[in-house]
Design a protein around this ligand. Structure first.
Ligand SMILES: [Fe+2]
Length: 291
């Protein structure tokens, strides 16, 4: 049974630029080096979206050079910071023909891995089209006798924080489709830049911090009030390691970068949104994170 590495939230920017003070290309280099050194026995690396911070051609070109250093077989999918037409212009006609998006279905050593593209250019929340949900249902039927691991950019469950307004919109119909299969082992996402695990309507999910800055879990939204400023930290840079055997799937989180400093709030000049997702102010704020 396989070992699958998941990397996410690379947020590559063009040469000579930083993203919120971070050299995201150098961090991606470090992640790839860590995986090559420590996980040469893995069956697959999934790179689960937010590949380029602004979805621009120069960043995708830079990414392509970085990916050349990966020793493992890998698959790419997209996140809300990506721009599918620009990505495809750089990487070629690599979308799944039946959905037009970066979806993949593979079988590794008796386990199915289904990778879904939950991005919609310009939309922060996650979207799965009707064509994707139908495609997923067909793939799950093909994999009826195997365990299945799912990877996508957006989280499927609210985490009681300010990012809950930009999670996967079709999560309930998505879970309905997943429930057509008897052995969904794990749903792994990036997007939130934080570590979590739990279940959503009986489906096990987890998120991991990824390559970019990390976000402290905060629970203020439970009170209904706008969240207080949320600390964002330099790291750790983090990957997920999914190990599947006959009975289990374990999703481990491994840090490839040992950084924990809080980043200056001024580095995040984002729009403040209220609890309904409406823009309430455009002043510098830590209240909303577009991960
Ligand atoms: Fe991100």
């Amino acid at each position: 049974m396989p070992k699958i590495i998941v990397m996410a939230d690379l947020h590559i920017v063009p040469a000579n630029e930083l993203s919120h003070s971070l050299d995201t290309s150098e961090r991606t280099r470090q992640a790839i080096d860590f995986i090559n050194r420590n996980h040469a026995d893995a069956d697959l690396l999934v790179i689960a979206g937010d590949l380029a911070d602004r979805g621009d051609a120069a960043s995708y070109r830079r990414l392509r050079h970085l990916l050349a250093e990966i020793d493992l077989p890998y698959v790419l999918t997209l996140g809300n910071h990506d721009h599918r037409p620009t990505f495809l212009a750089e990487f070629g006609d690599v979308a799944e023909p039946e959905t037009g998006k970066m979806d993949r279905s593979l079988v590794l050593d008796g386990c199915a891995v289904v990778v879904l593209d939950s991005s919609e250019p310009g939309v922060p929340s996650g979207r799965l089209s009707a064509a994707q949900l139908e495609w997923l249902g067909r793939r799950l039927a093909e994999h009826a006798d195997r365990p299945v691991v799912i990877a996508l950019h957006h989280n499927i469950c609210p985490l009681h924080n300010q990012n809950d307004i930009i999670i996967l919109e079709e999560r309930d119909v998505f879970v309905d489709v997943l429930k057509s299969h008897r052995d969904i082992r794990a749903v792994v996402s990036g997007h939130v830049h934080m570590t979590s695990c739990g279940s959503y309507r009986g489906i096990p999910f987890s998120t991991f911090a990824g390559n970019h800055y990390t976000i402290e879990p905060t629970l203020q939204s439970l009170s209904g009030a706008l969240p207080a400023p949320v600390p964002r930290r330099e790291g750790p840079g983090q990957i997920a390691v999914v190990i599947v055997d006959e009975r289990s799937a374990v999703v481990l989180k491994e840090n490839f970068l040992d950084r924990h400093l809080v980043l200056a709030q001024e580095l995040f000049p984002m729009k403040l949104r209220d609890t309904e997702g409406q823009i309430a102010s455009s002043e510098t704020s830590d209240a909303t994170v577009l991960s």
